[in-house]
Design a protein. Structure first.
Ligand code: BMA
Length: 317
């Protein structure tokens, strides 16, 4: 056991929460779990907005500095379309955005909340105004999916998270596809730990894999169940660049858990849930955008080199 403080790697933005339902141009219950990317020299969040029926849709918020003065679309940007896509009956949630240079498009994997449970759907966009849906790419129950930004050994690759055991167990899986629609060669990538671990029983991917010279950085959550509910915390792993099925390192400690009031109170207490991260190579800075307590959006930053050093160090004992 070493005594490095893994929870000091990320620094919370002083103006957190950066977005709340009160900022919204139309009535909303909560705004959280946004996908994130850079677009037209701005930071863009595709925010999950929950309405007063309990159903979610997605809306764009843009900012020049990624932390303040957000310009929010006056109306919902992407609404569920249950008529053409029945799996969207109870809303669309938790988008993960990947810029795919080869296609010249952003590929968005999101949760479609079907009447048979959540599953993963795929849409593309070039402008965050119009979207092309490719439909459901998994069956329920499955969520927490994201696409790698380029083909690996000639095929598209995604991470996803099927659930079994009446929702009590979930591992992180990998799958491959020739065309983004038909997915196969499924296998477990990271297993939930067991017993007393912070990431026992149920884990899921958070942000799309981030390419670094040392491997794909994976940001994932672990759910710890206890007498008064669950705690969603964030951990890290590193995958081989050429074969993402190979795990190079997996951190033992969590790097971020609910600590401050906006993470500890809200519709779902004690839930830190990022869906987007932006890595700025020039400054070595990783910006992590996360939903806090399923209620608002917050930002935390870390140095990529510190995260990679931590992963090596944390695996040793
Ligand atoms: C997960 C997802 C997230 C949510 C989190 C905490 O299973 O459904 O959308 O933020 O639970 O409620």
């Amino acid at each position: 056991m070493n005594f490095m403080d893994s929870t000091s790697l990320f620094t919370r933005e002083k103006n957190n929460p950066i977005l709340t339902a009160a900022d919204w141009p139309y009535p909303a219950n909560t705004v959280f779990n946004a996908g994130a990317t850079k677009f037209n020299d701005e930071y863009l969040l595709l925010v999950r907005v929950e309405d007063h029926r309990g159903f979610s849709h997605l809306s764009v918020a843009r900012s020049k500095d990624g932390a303040s003065n957000w310009q929010i679309d006056a109306e919902p940007t992407l609404l569920p379309d249950a008529e053409s896509y029945p799996e969207e009956a109870w809303g669309i949630e938790d988008p993960r955005i990947t810029w795919v240079a080869e296609l010249g498009k952003f590929v968005i994997l999101y949760t479609a909340y079907s009447t048979n449970g959540p599953l993963v759907s795929l849409a593309t966009t070039e402008n965050f105004k119009t979207f092309a849906r490719l439909g459901a790419i998994t069956y329920p129950e499955n969520k927490d999916a994201a696409l790698f930004p380029r083909k690996i050994n000639g095929r598209w690759c995604m991470i996803h998270r099927p659930v079994y055991g009446a929702g009590t167990q979930a591992h992180i899986w990998l799958a491959y596809s020739p065309d983004l629609i038909h997915w196969g060669e499924n296998r477990i990538l990271l297993k939930a730990r067991t017993g007393g671990w912070w990431d026992a029983n149920k884990i899921g991917l958070n942000c799309p894999p981030i390419e670094t010279p040392e491997g794909w950085l994976i940001i994932y959550h672990g759910v710890r169940h206890h007498a008064s509910g669950s705690i969603y915390r964030i951990g890290l792993a590193l995958l081989d660049l050429h074969d993402p099925g190979k795990v190079i390192h997996r951190g033992k400690r969590w790097v971020m858990g609910p600590e401050v009031p906006y993470e500890r109170t809200g519709d779902v207490i004690d839930a830190n849930f990022p869906c987007g991260a932006i890595f700025e190579q020039e400054t070595d800075m990783l910006r992590l955008y996360y939903g806090a307590a399923d209620t608002c959006m917050a930002l935390a930053t870390a140095k990529m080199s510190d995260l990679l050093d931590f992963l090596k160090y944390d695996c040793k004992d």
